[in-house]
Design a protein around this ligand. Sequence first.
Ligand SMILES: Cc1cc2nc3c(=O)[nH]c(=O)nc-3n(C[C@H](O)[C@H](O)[C@H](O)COP(=O)(O)OP(=O)(O)OC[C@H]3O[C@@H](n4cnc5c(N)ncnc54)[C@H](O)[C@@H]3O)c2cc1C
Length: 444
Amino acid sequence: MTRSSTPTLVVVGAGVKAVAVAAKAAVLREMDIAVPRIVAVERTAVAANWRADGGWTDGQHRLGTSPEKDVGFPYRSSLVPRRNAELDERMTRYSWQSYLIGTNQFAEWVDRGRPAPTHKKWSQYLRWVADNVDMNVIFGEVQRISVDSGANGQRWAVHTADQCVDGDGLMITGPGQPERSILPGNPRVLSIAEFWHRAAQCELIAAERVAVIGGGESAASMLNELFRHRVSTITVISPQVTLFTRGEGFFENTLFSDPTGWTGLTLDERRDALTRTDRGVFSARVQEALLSDDRIRHLRGRVAHAVARDGRIRLTLSTNQGAERLETVHGFDLVIDGSGADSAWFIPLLGQDALDLLEIGLGGPLTADALQDAIGYDLAVTNVTPKLFLPALSGLTQGPGFPNLSCLGLLSDRILGADIGAGTEPDDTADRATRRSDEHQPVR
Ligand SMILES: Cc1cc2nc3c(=O)[nH]c(=O)nc-3n(C[C@H](O)[C@H](O)[C@H](O)COP(=O)(O)OP(=O)(O)OC[C@H]3O[C@@H](n4cnc5c(N)ncnc54)[C@H](O)[C@@H]3O)c2cc1C
């Protein structure tokens, strides 16, 4: 196989981040600027996690952030000296508003007061962008990730059941697997995917005491849905002191849209900002609904153990009380395990060679915390070649907007601005850095 001078960036998952990076790469290519070839490997469909079949929503719930935080937001590129304004202007062709105009929905959206779109409508927008930039998607579930060593250096090898896609860089996306459950197979315990499957089938849940484990965005969406079901009490279980409301004022929002200044904060200051604005907090819209519904209670603790007994699920909660650890047992008729979101979900897919590569780069054992601490400016793990981009773990070191939808245009700049190399002969390097190449890396 002859190696081309165009490096390949493989993206696990054809969701929001893959679409944002593919759109920016397509625009840069149009401007005759060399960029890696982007190949997304997707288990179901583009933007699947925003539709009922992805398992994270029934598609009918609404986006929490503004849709104007689209694939190019905040339209403040700093990737191509003297041509950034042109880049941003070209990117506006893939904006939320261009989508509405292009599909004849703009006037109605404005007249209705610019409502937050449903998750399904958001997925339609993302698919429109992917189609318009001719995004390269290979369908198959990624089951294993390894590292191939060759004469030109090391490359990522991303394996599905029937093929292997090679890349000079690898980006992992997605919130994890919604099928996770503390008691798999028990009909009184629903995973996130099982819960949304029922909601999508318009199946009404009828239960006396329901527990929702988790205090994050996916638990908030499920609570929003549970309101209309026949349940007597809903207990939200999370380790936080209480159910905090996300600050959505100008100053909090700015932290997400603009990471400038984030790295100037101490780690303690950053952690404090994240707990106030991001981790385990509910949006103001969900909190308003919670306020008016007296069925909802909060229970502080981590679920240490779950067991089915006498037609109920008994959850053992562990809580810190000063220096002591307290364990309490609570019984429920139905438990919804909303704790499936895990930004390090891909670790079990890594082969031994990939684990070794990462542990050498990290200088110690591979953990989610170690990865998080090692994410550099380009959103990749520092000291690891070939590059591994982990935007979902980049909040602490690079800015709280990178893991979500808050600054997708900056995310694509950081990733496409990274040098992922191509394992090419040295004389190809200058060409790759400055000129466009139409050669395509064959996908095995
Ligand atoms: C219900 C919900 C609502 C949210 N709402 C907001 C919001 O309003 N605002 C905000 O800023 N953030 C929100 N978030 C958080 C975050 O922005 C989203 O999770 C966002 O989609 C992350 O983008 P992504 O590209 O990493 O992943 P996704 O858009 O989720 O895409 C991941 C893709 O990977 C695919 N995939 C998964 N596993 C594999 C595999 N093994 N092999 C191949 N493909 C695979 C999936 O099918 C999916 O298409 C929300 C999250 C959830 C779960």
